[in-house]
Ligand binder design. Structure first.
Ligand code: NAP
Ligand code: ZN
Ligand code: ZN
Length: 346
């Protein structure tokens, strides 16, 4: 299938228009017309090779929402004309214990990413969602509630599930004191979900001007981190802290904010290792953990939850030719709160 999208041809090169071919529809495949594709900071890390060697040309994009255009002969999960979502992976081994448990993101053989990887045949380059069309095996796509704004749905496929999953795993509910570090694409979804689950939510941000937005999204408190001393009075007051910051920082200052048995979950991935003061862990039996997106069943659960609670991402819809500026603005934390590319502009 012929596709038109945006690609990076070398590390740090700007994105440019790119024509390419997607596989012909297999029996279990669904073809979709992409309505919107979100710009995740992970796209930028990979396009700029901040996570190590990447595959070029790269068509980034793993926050995809669209309309089913055609279905393979054996497809039962989707119908033509229906809404469909695709996230950070398009396949996995299907056989390992994690795949069988619906935790495909932790596939022991490694999930097949939506882009910047080879497909499971070991030779076809996977091209992502900054494009007009997509082909996906039906098992790795999800249903999108009809009541939600499509542009605001796209970021749910990565930013949304990536925050929903740890909040559920660590049992955020009424009475849980949750901290969200960084009010970006991921962080703002964390605020919305934690609030909807009934938790008390505090945002840690280096952008003071985001306070009103954070509170409108459901934050109870807002802490400006520019002066690191502002954290001191909050020592031992959090059950769960989700770190979505895309840049390097001193994690130890935040570990100390955890109460007895509290957990700090690393989600942001700037690329370099953290220096951890293990004394802070011992001091209150604290845990430092990590979490990566979510499996297909939980992604569906998250979208259904959004449909029920009317939750979508706050987005700035852009045309495809604005994407290089959007990258720079995202790195500068200047986006409210996710750029989403209009699929009709490729
Ligand atoms: P984003 O929209 O750029 O948000 C990151 C936020 O971090 C910014 O809005 C900003 O929040 C804060 N920040 C940025 N630079 C900073 C600096 N120099 N100092 C302090 N704070 C800074 O990025 P995103 O798309 O949400 O992604 C966040 C991170 O999560 C990225 O590293 C991404 O690769 C990673 N990620 C991980 C997963 C996973 O499965 N674990 C999934 C997707 C993405 P304030 O302005 O509020 O301070
Ligand atoms: Zn992402
Ligand atoms: Zn597996």
């Amino acid at each position: 299938m012929q596709s038109r999208g945006l690609a990076v041809t070398a590390a740090k090169a700007p994105l440019e228009f790119f024509e390419f071919t997607r596989r012909t529809l297999g029996a279990n495949d669904v073809a979709l017309d992409i309505a919107y594709a979100g710009i995740c900071h992970s796209d930028i890390h990979q396009a700029r090779e901040e996570w190590g060697p990447a595959i070029f040309p790269m068509v980034p994009g793993h926050e995809i929402v669209g309309i089913v255009r055609e279905i393979g002969t054996a497809v039962t999960k989707f119908r033509v004309g229906e809404r469909i979502g695709v996230g950070v992976f398009v396949d996995s081994c299907r056989e390992c214990i994690h795949c069988k448990a619906g935790l495909q993101q932790y596939c022991i053989e490694g999930m097949t990413g939506t882009y910047n990887t080879l497909e499971r045949d070991g030779k076809t380059v996977a091209f992502g969602g900054y494009s007009d069309t997509f082909v996906i095996n039906e098992d790795y796509a999800v249903h999108v509630p009809e009541n939600l704004d499509m542009a605001g749905v796209a970021p749910l496929l990565c930013a949304g599930i990536t925050l929903f999953s740890p909040l559920k795993h660590w049992g955020a509910q009424a009475g849980t004191r949750v901290g969200v570090m960084g009010l970006g694409g991921l962080g703002h979804m964390g605020v919305k979900f934690a609030h909807a689950l009934g938790a008390h939510v505090t945002v840690f941000s280096h952008s003071p001007e985001k306070e009103a937005d954070a509170r409108a999204m459901g934050a109870d408190d807002f802490v400006v981190t520019k002066d690191i001393n502002s954290l001191k009075p909050l020592a031992r007051t959090f059950d769960l802290i989700l770190n979505t910051v895309s840049a390097e920082l001193d994690i130890n200052k935040y570990l100390e904010l955890l109460t007895l048995d509290g957990t700090l979950v690393v989600i942001g991935l700037p690329g370099k290792p953290y220096a951890v003061n293990v004394g802070s862990l011992l001091d209150a039996r604290r845990s430092l953990s990590g979490s990566m997106i979510g499996g297909i069943p939980q992604t569906q659960e998250m979208l259904d939850f959004c449909g029920l609670h009317n939750i979508v991402s706050d987005v700035e819809v852009i045309k495809a030719d604005y994407v290089n500026t959007a990258y720079d603005r995202t790195v500068a934390s200047d986006v409210k709160y996710r750029f989403v590319i209009d699929g009709a502009t490729f």
